[in-house]
Design a binder for this molecule. Sequence first.
Ligand code: ZN
Length: 132
Amino acid sequence: MDRVLEQIIRRRALDRCEYCRMPEAASDLKHVLDHVIARQHGGRAQATNLALCCGRCNQFKGPNLAGIDPQTHQMSRLFHPRRDVWTEHFRYEEAVLIGLTPVGRATIATLGINLPIRVAVRQALIDTGNSF
Ligand SMILES: [Zn+2]
């Protein structure tokens, strides 16, 4: 990966995961550059297809492009950080991320964003003055 491109992506994301908004400084794993559309699906390593992603979201996302909305049980595409507006699909209630749309809910479910350990970590960060 081009170092200049990586710096551009990191700055653009303000060093936060573009899915769950975890700050890199508060994470035990280094944030990585996610191919929003995975390479195996033809996604390219360019700014319009790259997003800063925490290690947890990246592990769960893998090459997935879609997931199941747990509310409707229908398939939905995942959140696309370059094309979608985060606040249209998500909002935090304390440490729990709420999906406002099928895209938001499918993304939360597929990426394991509200797994109990991840909620506990965010709550500990909130308790020490961080916000999401
Ligand atoms: Zn994340």
